[in-house]
Design a protein around this ligand. Structure first.
Ligand code: MV4
Length: 504
């Protein structure tokens, strides 16, 4: 039984894990690269050890060093967070060989779900619906794929078996395109994963991306914590997640149905610890298994906010051999949670990553607001890691209240020193399609433009008048803001009551 945990990660998720350990009375060990010497996760942990230079392969990906530090610091467990080593079966195995508990599933579960064709075949055998496509687990040659494509039908998708996150994926409209797109997909998969193997799936159009949070203990108990809606994304980077899904809403029967299928998918690989099953859901509520993420996810807080379950503490309990704290009947969904990923990127310039020092920041607080972050004033956003500055999560009794609260929190939030995507989220909160919950995975890329959204805000005559006042009389700035805010409040109230009448 361990009492000390090494956190093999950085940023907000490392801070999140330290917090869970604190509350459980577990000692913590941080590791850091040269870029993160001053980082919050280092300051919050009981001990911290240097890994190496900033690049990930010299620091957070150094499995050997991390296991060595765990041994020397007498940490009995390693929590990998997400990214880096979290879904590497060989790392989970190396931990086990070193006598250190890996806070996550068994290496065999990671491996089975890591190969997307094996995952498909495995859950399919367990009776879980997958998108029609190639069957089996082996490698298929181009000529075999070509003849299978004909019976699957078009449009279809070529996917990398080692993939996930859309890399090595190609959409095929007609058979003539197959040969060139096959070699392009194989090339990209080879370059990204060192494995050019691919499989085929029928393309499901206009689908939503809904995922189910799973918890499983070593005693064979598996439960689900309901769904997260993750369709607001750009180039396979999620930007906003919510729970419940507006598409599922109060259809409790559907929630329990898809939840039970997710549980079956986890059981198919003898899953232990926290995990997520991704589904594509079409407009008729048909759902298909896509893949399983065998780790804690970035967006886990929205599930925590509506279920009241602390997922990271549950992970620790499971890793300590205890059985689940909750049974399926104990899980209830209360209210609505939305998470905005606040990234250091420029939403006005193709979302290019922005680097530099955070010279000033003001965090939103107050009722129903949670901010998970790893940065502070003076922190340098470097090009070495992902661009996540923080996660802004709000809770409301209804979706309407959650949206208004998110608008309020985004207004309060100030970050100076790097470009950030707060304006993107503000415009999204104003978008009628978002408000109505009418969006799918193509929404951000095909139907939403921050410039146009800005335009529509700017063309509102009341706001234009206020802006004119601002330019002419700088002193009037504060008063003008107060007027602006009151204007908004009125429309917010109107909007909220309309929303709530609509939902009844
Ligand atoms: C699909 C699909 C439509 N049909 N598979 C994208 C990444 C990987 N997780 C799977 N992905 C998709 N697979 C079939 N058969 C559409 C997507 C997809 C997508 C999925 C989830 C979230 C965002 C997405 C954006 C574009 C495409």
């Amino acid at each position: 039984m361990f009492n000390k945990v090494l956190i093999a990660n950085r940023g907000e998720i490392a801070v999140r894990i330290v917090r869970a350990c604190r509350e459980l009375g577990l000692q913590t060990v941080a590791v850091y690269s040269d870029a993160d010497r001053q980082a919050l996760h280092v300051r919050y942990a009981d001990e911290a050890y240097r890994l190496g230079p900033a690049p990930s392969r010299d620091s957070y990906l150094r499995a050997d060093k991390i296991i060595d530090i765990a041994r020397k610091s007498d940490a009995g467990a390693i929590h990998p967070g997400y990214g880096f080593l979290a879904e590497r079966a060989d790392f989970a195995e190396a931990c086990r060989d070193a006598g250190v508990v890996f806070v996550g599933p068994n290496p065999s579960s990671i491996a089975a779900m890591g190969d997307k064709a094996v995952a498909r075949a495995t859950v399919s055998r367990a009776g879980v619906q997958v998108v029609p496509g190639t069957e089996g687990e082996g490698s298929l040659r181009d000529d075999e794929l070509l003849s299978m494509a004909r019976s699957i039908g078009f449009p279809l998708l070529i996917k990398a078996t080692a993939g996930g996150g859309g890399k090595g994926m190609r959409e095929v409209e007609k058979i003539e395109e197959m040969p060139s797109l096959l070699s392009a997909a194989r090339r990209e998969a080879e370059a990204s994963f060192g494995d050019g193997n691919v499989y085929l799936e029928k393309l499901v159009e206009g689908a939503r991306h809904i995922e189910i949070q799973i918890l499983a203990d070593g005693q064979g108990n598996v439960i689900h914590l309901g769904e997260r809606e993750c369709s607001i994304q750009r180039r396979h980077q999620k930007l906003l997640e919510e729970s419940p899904s507006p598409f599922v809403g109060d259809d409790e029967e559907f929630r329990q149905k898809i939840g039970a299928v997710a549980v079956r998918a986890a059981q198919a690989v003898n899953y232990v610890n926290a995990g997520t099953i991704e589904f594509l859901v079409d407009k008729d509520k048909n759902f298909y298994f896509l893949e399983m993420n065998t780790r804690l996810q970035v967006e886990h807080p929205v599930t925590e906010m509506v279920t009241g379950v602390d997922i990271v503490k549950e992970q620790m309990r499971i890793a300590r051999g205890r059985s689940l704290h909750h049974q399926q009947e104990d899980i209830h969904h209360n209210g609505w949670a939305i998470e905005c990923r606040i990234n250091a990127e420029d939403p006005y310039n193709n979302f290019i990553p922005s680097t530099g020092r955070i010279t000033h920041t003001l965090l939103p607080t107050g009722p129903g607001v949670r901010v998970d972050t790893g940065v502070y004033i003076g922190f340098e956003i470097s090009p070495y890691y992902d661009s996540l500055i923080s996660k802004l999560i709000v809770w409301g009794e209804t979706r309407g209240e959650a949206i208004l609260r998110m608008r309020r929190a985004l207004e309060e939030y100030k970050i100076l020193g790097v470009h950030n995507n707060i304006p993107f989220h503000q415009r999204l909160m104003d978008s009628h399609r978002f408000m109505g919950g009418q969006y799918d995975t193509r929404f951000v890329e095909e139907r939403f433009s921050i410039e146009e959204a800005e335009e529509s805000v700017n063309s509102r005559p009341d706001i234009a008048a206020l802006l004119a006042t601002l330019v002419a009389h700088r002193q009037a700035e504060r008063a003008a803001h107060i007027i602006l805010r009151n204007e908004r409040d009125t429309s917010n109230w109107k909007w909220l009551s309309r929303w709530e009448r609509l939902r009844r």
